[in-house]
Design a protein around this ligand. Structure first.
Ligand code: NAP
Length: 382
C-alpha cells in the first residue's frame, strides 16, 4: 500500500467524501496555517526550513491512518475520466447487443430509436429517450449510430445537432463504411469528430466472447486536442478490453474486403436458407458448418443484407462472380459426364481427339471480370 503526504493530497482537488470536519480532525493541527506549503513545486528549490517542515507532514508508516481513502479516491477519479456517456441511436438488435457491453464496462448508456424500447433499456440499465431533443440535451460524449444502413441518413438528419456539445464524437457501426463516412462528412458540422467503425461480429457470432474478433475502424476526422484523441482511444478501448483484434483501415479498403468476404457469406447463407436445409442423423462437420452459416445469417434482418448490397459498390460484382462461378462449375460437371457418355458410345476410337474441358478459375477478386460473351471454360485444344 502506498502512503501519501497530506501536503501532496491537499494540493489535489478536494474529494467529495472528505468532509471538512474529518479533515480538521485527521490532518496535523498546524496544517491549515501553512498555506505556503500547499503550493510546493517539486522542481523549485526549497529553503531548508521549508523542507524540514515538509518532512514533518510526511506520512511514513505504510499503514498510517489516511485523511480519507485516498487510493480509492484516485481510482475513482481515474475511472470516471475513462467512462463515457454514450448515446446509442438505433436501439434494435445490434444496438442493444453493444449497449450491454458498454454498461458492463461502466459506461453510461442513453438510447433512442424509432420504436419504443423503454422497458428493454431499463432492464439493461440504460435510459431511453423517445424524443431526440431530450437525448441530445443529455450532452453525450459519443453518439453511436446503430440504425439500419438504409435509414442512417434520414435518422442522422433528424437529430437536433444544435443541442449537442460542439465537440461531440460521432461513431457509426454500419456494415458498409464509405457510405456513412460520406454522409457524416456532408451532414455534420466540422466541430464534431467522426470515427467510422465496423465490429465484424454480431449478436450470434459474438454471443459468448469477442475475443480475437476483428474490429475495423477509421479515424475519419478527429480534432487536434488531446481530450478529443483520448476520447476516441477510450471508446476504442471498450473493444480492446473485450479482446477484439483492432484493425485500422480506410473505409474504402474495408468495403472492398467486406464485399468479397462478408457479402459472399451472407449471400451463401441466404441461398442455403432457401433450400431449407435440415439436420440429419449423419451430419458431417462440413454440413454442420453450413447449418451454422444459415443460423448466423438468417437471424440478421433483410434490411441489413439489402444494405450490404445497395450501399457497397463492390457487391454487384460479387453477385456476378458467384453467377459465373456456379455456371463454370456446372460446365465442368457436365463436361465430365459428356466425356463418359462419348466413351461409352464411341469407345476407344475417339481417344486423343477430345479431351476433357478444364475449368478456368475466375480472375482474382479486384481484377475485371471476363466480358460476358467470353467463355469461362477453356478447352485446352482450342
Ligand atoms: P438493422 O435491421 O440493420 O437495423 C435495425 C435498426 O435500424 C433498429 O434500431 C431500427 O429501429 C432502425 N431502423 C430501421 N429502419 C428505420 C427507419 N426507417 N427509421 C429509423 N430507424 C430505423 O439490424 P441490426 O442488426 O440492429 O443492425 C444495426 C446496424 O448495425 C446496421 O447498420 C448493421 O449494418 C450494423 N451491424 C450489425 C451487425 C449484426 O450482426 N447485426 C454487425 C455489425 C454491424 P427500431 O428498432 O426502433 O425500429
Amino acid at each position: 500500500m502506498i502512503s501519501f503526504s497530506p501536503i501532496q493530497t491537499s494540493t489535489t482537488q478536494t474529494p467529495p467524501a472528505a468532509t471538512s470536519s474529518a479533515r480538521t480532525s485527521l490532518l496535523p493541527s498546524h496544517h491549515h496555517h501553512h498555506s505556503d506549503q500547499l503550493s510546493l513545486s517539486p522542481s523549485a528549490p526549497q529553503p531548508i526550513h521549508s523542507r524540514r517542515r515538509r518532512r514533518l507532514h510526511c506520512v511514513r508508516a505504510i499503514d498510517a491512518v489516511q485523511p480519507y481513502d485516498y487510493e480509492a479516491y484516485l481510482f475513482n477519479r481515474f475511472s470516471q475520466s475513462s467512462k463515457l456517456k454514450i448515446a446509442v441511436v438505433g436501439f434494435g438488435n445490434f444496438g442493444q447487443f453493444l449497449a450491454k457491453a458498454f454498461i458492463r464496462q461502466g459506461h453510461t448508456v442513453f438510447a433512442h430509436s424509432r420504436s419504443n424500447y423503454h422497458a428493454v433499456a431499463q432492464s439493461l440499465g440504460a435510459a431511453f429517450f423517445s424524443d431526440p431533443h431530450d437525448l441530445c440535451e443529455q450532452h453525450p460524449d459519443v453518439i453511436l449510430v446503430c440504425t439500419s444502413i438504409i435509414s442512417m441518413e434520414s435518422v442522422l438528419r433528424s437529430l437536433p445537432l444544435q443541442r449537442l456539445r460542439r465537440n461531440t464524437l460521432f461513431v457509426d457501426v454500419l456494415s458498409v463504411k464509405e457510405f456513412p463516412k460520406n454522409i457524416f462528412l456532408q451532414v455534420l458540422p466540422h466541430h464534431f469528430d467522426i470515427l467510422c467503425t465496423h465490429p465484424m461480429f454480431g449478436p450470434e457470432s459474438g454471443k459468448h466472447t469477442w475475443q480475437n474478433l476483428p474490429f475495423v475502424f477509421d479515424k475519419v476526422r478527429i480534432g487536434n486536442e488531446d481530450s478529443r484523441n483520448n476520447r476516441v482511444e477510450t471508446f476504442l478501448d471498450i473493444f480492446k478490453k473485450e479482446g477484439c483484434t483492432m484493425v485500422e483501415m480506410s473505409c474504402a479498403e474495408h468495403d472492398k474486403y467486406a464485399a468479397g468476404s462478408q457479402f459472399i457469406t451472407h449471400t451463401m447463407g441466404r441461398i442455403l436458407e432457401k433450400l431449407q436445409l435440415e439436420s440429419t442423423p449423419i451430419n458431417t462437420k462440413g454440413y454442420e458448418t453450413l447449418l451454422n452459416l444459415v443460423e448466423n445469417t438468417a437471424s440478421d434482418s433483410f434490411d441489413l443484407y439489402y444494405g450490404l448490397f445497395m450501399y457497397n459498390k463492390n457487391a454487384m460484382e460479387q453477385l456476378e462472380r458467384l453467377d459465373l462461378a456456379f455456371e463454370a462449375l456446372k460446365k465442368e460437371l457436365f463436361g465430365h459426364l459428356h466425356e463418359a457418355l462419348r466413351k461409352q458410345l464411341f469407345g476407344k476410337s475417339e481417344e486423343g481427339i477430345h479431351r476433357r474441358p478444364m475449368l478456368a478459375k475466375l480472375p482474382k477478386n479486384g481484377t475485371p471480370l471476363l466480358p460476358p460473351q467470353s467463355e469461362a471454360v477453356i478447352n485446352k485444344n482450342n
